[in-house]
Design a protein around this ligand. Structure first.
Ligand code: SAH
Length: 228
């Protein structure tokens, strides 16, 4: 089995590479894909760079070029739901692109013809995550993650996303990974640890908690690797 693990920023994959230890880097499309051999399984780890376009390229490359059969995203997100605090983990059960708007033609927000507003992640990968959380006594929220090409650091924008998409967390890559994996029929899951609350203090909070929250997500994904 070949597994792909994606982060957006180098801080999100560094803890994984430190834990795996032995890897070789391969260059495609301006990104480095770190290849790890674990018994008969292969794991590719890469950071895409920030945003939906970069993460779409990275997930496509993982699947079409490196033959990844499952994809896990590990990283940080802004918390929208009141019960998500810095460091908490959320599993994106559904992903949407909150910045898609062709409503001028009567389409609902977030909708692209021949696609769908919400894309569901893989039930089996999610149940593995749930099982680990239960065994380890780790709080794992499941909910909707909204993605868009903006860092949300404003309470009004935050409320708008909650109101229109019922989202629990916001980030910049999950939904594009979801679109690619869904269309290519590759099971995927999106795990995020909260770095900020997408409000007026989000930039300060992000800078303070990026490393610790990214590590929390990566540690959880390492446990998932043992069970896939
Ligand atoms: N400080 C970085 C930019 C970070 S952008 C720099 O200067 O290079 C935020 C990253 O973390 C994205 O990859 C996104 O997926 C995630 N993220 C965390 N909090 C977020 C928020 N409030 N809004 C949007 N994305 C967020």
């Amino acid at each position: 089995m070949t597994l792909g693990i994606i982060g957006a920023m180098i801080e999100e994959i560094t803890p994984l590479l430190e834990l795996f230890g032995d890897y070789k880097g391969r260059q495609v499309g301006g990104n480095t894909y770190y290849e790890i051999q674990r018994g008969e399984h292969k794991i590719f780890v890469a950071y895409s760079k920030i945003g939906k376009v970069h993460s779409a390229l990275t997930s496509s490359t993982m699947i079409l070029h490196f033959g990844c059969e499952k994809i896990i995203f590990s990283g940080v997100a802004g918390g929208l739901s009141a019960d998500l605090k810095v460091g908490d983990l959320i599993l994106g059960q559904k992903l949407c692109q909150y910045d898609v708007d062709i409503s001028a033609f009567g389409h609902p927000l977030g909708f692209i013809p021949e696609s769908k507003i919400f894309i569901e992640s893989d039930a089996t990968l999610n149940s593995i995550a749930r099982e680990i959380a239960k065994k380890q006594g780790i709080k794992l929220k499941e909910g909707t993650i909204a993605s868009g090409d903006a860092f949300i650091a404003d309470s009004q924008k935050k409320q708008w996303i909650i109101q229109h998409f019922g989202a629990d967390a916001v980030e910049m890559e999950g939904a594009s990974v979801a679109v690619v994996c869904d269309l290519l029929a590759v099971p995927f899951c999106i795990l995020r640890s909260i770095s900020d609350s997408a409000d007026g203090n989000a930039d300060v909070s992000f800078d303070e908690f990026l490393v610790s929250s990214a590590k929390r997500s990566a540690d959880f994904v390492m446990m998932m690797c043992e069970m896939i």
